[in-house]
Design a protein around this ligand. Structure first.
Ligand SMILES: [Zn+2]
Length: 131
């Protein structure tokens, strides 16, 4: 059974552009150590932690990207290859790695932070209706 995700308040606030103060004590997203933030949204206690986080995201993203794009735009092919199951297995492997190597800290940002950084993702496309 999966344990619930636990993000401490400072980690969540560090990712929240609307409520995070300019300075404060935060928890590093990568190593979990407390640190004094010099600037809003730093998220990390050191350059090494930021690079480790970004490298893991790049590697995971590269694995997920091709499968997700095929799932979205080549549906019959994706269905035949059971790509959704493959993506779910990848997510499970990433989560197991978080538990094993990151003391359970999640290896992904809060979705609210991702959406806040990309407001166009919430935009509604308006198109002319056909008569
Ligand atoms: Zn750190």
């Amino acid at each position: 059974m999966n344990a619930p995700l636990r993000l401490n308040a400072s980690a969540l606030a560090a990712q929240d552009g609307d409520t995070a103060p300019l300075r404060g004590e935060w928890t590093c997203l990568e190593c979990g150590a407390p640190y004094e933030a010099a600037a809003r949204h730093s998220g990390f206690c050191s350059t090494a932690c930021r690079q480790a986080w970004n490298n893991r995201c790049l590697q995971g993203g590269a694995e997920v990207y091709d499968l997700f794009m095929a799932l979205r735009f080549q549906r019959p092919h994706a269905r035949a290859l059971k790509l959704l199951s493959a993506l779910n297995r990848l997510a499970l492997l990433y989560r197991e790695e978080d538990r094993r190597e990151r003391a359970g800290r999640p290896s992904w940002r809060a979705p609210e932070a991702v959406l806040a950084a990309r407001p166009f993702l919430r935009a509604v496309r308006l198109s002319a209706r056909r008569p």
